[in-house]
Design a protein around this ligand. Structure first.
Ligand SMILES: C[S@@+](CC[C@H](N)C(=O)[O-])C[C@H]1O[C@@H](n2cnc3c(N)ncnc32)[C@H](O)[C@@H]1O
Length: 685
């Protein structure tokens, strides 16, 4: 109801017409909760009242709507009384279809601070559902939020208030300003960075805010190539959580004294910035207008003192304000409990919904914590940011290449075993792993030989293990390093299980004909490590591909460390610290725990491991489950509470292993076919 126009006054001003238009003090209405329509005076007109206590989350009303085409509304409706009752139902091509709620829907009055009813527009059934947001006492008025800001019946703010708000905004932008330290008048650092969201035909509208359903990861035909597997909550759907705070009304002229008061008493008011208890995202003031008993409009300034937790006892707060507040809060301070959002609005689109509770900022930091139903902190996940990241074709190619490499390695192992003997064939497992640097590091690698740029190398056909343009297997030596690997040969050969022929490829020195890429960090070689599942071949149940990869990287990094000029301090070279691991299968729980210990940074997998994987976690919210929990493991070890390391997990979502624009995309490996071809039976992946 925010988006309306100024109401036109009726032209019929004759006394007898006016008397006919007067509303009675109550109007009967039959509904199962006994809600009554009353006008208790005070200038707000009729409202809806509870005649019995109502529990929180009670669906109290479903109102059908009457719709008006944009042209009809502009021509007629907007010039009538309807204007105070109609609201934007749907925008289309810059115009708006307007709606009038029938039933009780049009009679809920607006509450600027803490409405006790929320509503959802249902475009499919042309109706609006109204639900209580908290327990409501008998006799209480049921109110909704028409939105933030000045309402059409409210007078414009005085120049003084406008100037004060402007000043407060300017001070908030000044990082040195003491008010910032109070954690009150914060301003979003990225408030204006949001891009307009694309229009989704299936979106719902809650409290006037359009809510997009979270994209599910069940291999959509379109959409980003990679989906992050996490229990993090999407800011688009995260519920608005509120907490109690002490509010006090002050004369507009006392605003700056009130801010000074906050600054003077940080300890008592506990306006600290510590995660879930922060008030830094909240603004100090909100203004509203009411009508006094003489029918005069009175502007009010509501001032946020502190969270209720700082002063659980009102009488103690009142006596403290009386002694410390001086003239700011008067002789008889009258603080009252209001609601404030627990966190900043998580997207610009949801700001109106948040502001309806209390003015605040937008903060799109995906690491912001939100409490779950049990009050435990939960992370937000920036799905929009993820989507943007995987629109980068080079990044997708980088990931696709490494998956192709894993598949090629697994096929190579199966073929070699088949060629070797029927017995060897039964012991080969089609599961391979590749470890390398994350894309954001790898794309800065330089070619030592200048034979091929990094981009050219990434453009090679990685589905081939050998042949021209094939990526080099194993570890690439550091740029300009004079060390030959011969001194470490035995150790490397035994750890990596290499043949002499493989060693000669691994031990290649940079030359004009070989593409070698090195990390920009001096003295540190690029890591490109492969590993196969060798459990059956070696008769060793511990030789999972992931475990072998961790061991191989450890050996190579250990050699760096053994040479003082290559030593890397502070744990940055500890096992898989800062590295990305690609695997055909979602790793099992054993491998996931090894990955936690190895401090891996990113894990990418192609195929889920039903019932045995350690990442897909059927306990995750539906938006994060793989194929709606019909596949994938039952744990999410990558973000398991109580462990001392977390890593990101990404699943390839395209149905085949190819870039959409690739010429041979049609003939690319379909993931379903790969699952059949590389099936590893009952083994844990
Ligand atoms: C949707 S109607 C609500 C029902 C209305 N009170 C009636 O008697 O028909 C919206 C109108 O109610 C009045 N109203 C709603 N909330 C109000 C508030 N908080 N303060 C003053 N007037 C309010 C305004 O006149 C507004 O145009």
């Amino acid at each position: 109801m925010v988006e309306t126009h100024l109401p036109a006054l009726s032209a019929d001003r004759e006394a007898h017409v006016q008397s006919l238009l007067q509303y009675p003090s109550s109007t009967p209405h039959l509904n199962r909760f006994g809600l009554s329509i009353r006008d208790p005076g005070g200038g707000r007109g009729r409202g809806v009242y509870a005649t019995a206590p109502l529990a929180a989350d009670t669906l109290i009303e479903v109102s059908p709507v009457l719709l008006f085409p944009p042209a009809e509304y502009a021509e007629y409706g907007s010039k009538t009384q309807l204007d105070g009752y109609t609201f934007v139902w749907k925008r289309t091509g810059g115009r708006a279809v307007m709606a009038l709620a029938l039933g009780l829907g049009s009679l809920f009055n607006h509450h600027p601070i803490a409405p006790n009813v929320k509503y959802v527009l249902d475009h499919a059934t042309h109706s609006i559902s109204y639900t209580t947001t908290r327990a409501v006492a008998e006799g209480e008025e049921l109110t909704i939020s028409y939105g933030a800001g000045r309402m059409w019946w409210e007078p414009p703010p005085s120049q003084e208030v406008t100037e004060r708000e402007e000043q407060e905004k300017r001070q908030a932008q000044d990082p040195d300003h003491a008010a910032m330290e109070m954690g009150r008048i914060g301003l979003s650092d990225d408030e204006d960075e949001q891009e307009p969201s694309s229009v989704d035909k299936s979106k719902r509208v809650e409290n006037g805010i359009e809510v997009r359903s979270a994209p599910g990861p069940s291999r959509p035909a379109t959409g980003p190539a990679m989906h992050r597997i996490t229990a993090g909550v999407d800011p688009v759907t995260v519920p608005l959580a509120t907490r109690d705070a002490w509010i006090i009304d002050i004369p507009p002229t006392s605003a700056s004294s009130a801010v000074k008061f906050l600054q003077k008493h940080p300890a008592e008011l506990q306006n600290r910035d510590d995660g879930l208890h922060s008030t830094r995202h909240l603004r100090s003031f909100r203004t509203s207008t009411s009508v006094d008993t003489n029918g005069r409009k009175v502007a009010r300034t509501h001032f946020l003192l502190c969270l209720r937790t700082a002063f659980p006892d009102r009488s103690r707060l009142v006596s403290w304000l009386r002694t410390e507040g001086g003239s700011v809060f008067g002789e008889s301070p009258d603080p009252y409990i209001g609601q404030v959002p627990v966190i900043a609005a998580p997207t610009k689109e949801r700001l109106t919904e948040w502001q309806a509770v209390w003015p605040c900022i937008v903060r799109t930091n995906a690491k912001e914590l939100v409490p779950d139903n049990g009050g435990n902190p939960v992370l937000l996940v920036d799905r929009k940011g993820d989507e943007k990241m995987w629109h980068d074709t080079q990044r997708v190619q980088w990931a696709c290449n490494r998956f192709k490499r894993c598949v090629a390695l697994a096929r190579h192992a199966l073929k070699e075993a088949k060629d070797q003997s029927p017995e060897a064939k039964t012991k080969a497992i089609g599961s391979a792993v590749h470890v390398t640097h994350p894309f954001d590091t790898a794309r800065h690698f330089q070619s030592a030989s200048r034979a091929m740029t990094w981009e050219e190398r990434e453009g090679c056909d990685w589905s081939q293990l050998t042949g021209p343009g094939a990526p080099i297997v194993g570890r690439l030596p550091p740029c300009g390093a004079t060390t030959t690997w011969d001194s470490h040969k035995e150790r490397i050969i035994s750890t990596l299980g290499m043949t002499e022929a493989q060693w000669s490829v691994f031990n290649t020195t940079p030359s004009a004909s070989v593409a070698v890429y090195t990390s920009p960090s001096p003295g540190v070689g690029t890591i490109e490590v492969d590993a196969l599942d060798m459990r059956l071949a070696l008769r060793n149940p511990l030789k999972h591909a992931v475990i072998s990869a961790v061991s191989r990287v450890s050996t190579l990094r250990g050699i760096d460390r053994s040479n003082s000029s290559l030593a890397v301090a502070n744990g940055a070279d500890y096992l898989l610290t800062g590295l990305a691991l690609f695997t055909i299968y979602e790793p099992c729980i054993y491998c996931c725990m090894a990955l936690v210990h190895s401090r891996v940074s990113e894990v990418y997998f192609l195929l889920p491991s039903p019932g045995r994987g350690g990442c897909c976690g059927a306990n995750l919210p539906p938006s994060s489950q793989c194929d709606r929990a019909n596949d994938g493991g039952i744990y999410a070890i990558q973000e398991q509470k109580g462990l001392n390391h977390a890593f990101t997990v990404w699943r390839w979502m395209h149905p085949s292993l190819a870039l959409p624009h690739e010429a041979n995309a049609q003939s690319a490996d379909a993931l379903d076919d790969l699952a059949t071809e590389l099936h590893i039976g009952l083994l844990d992946p």
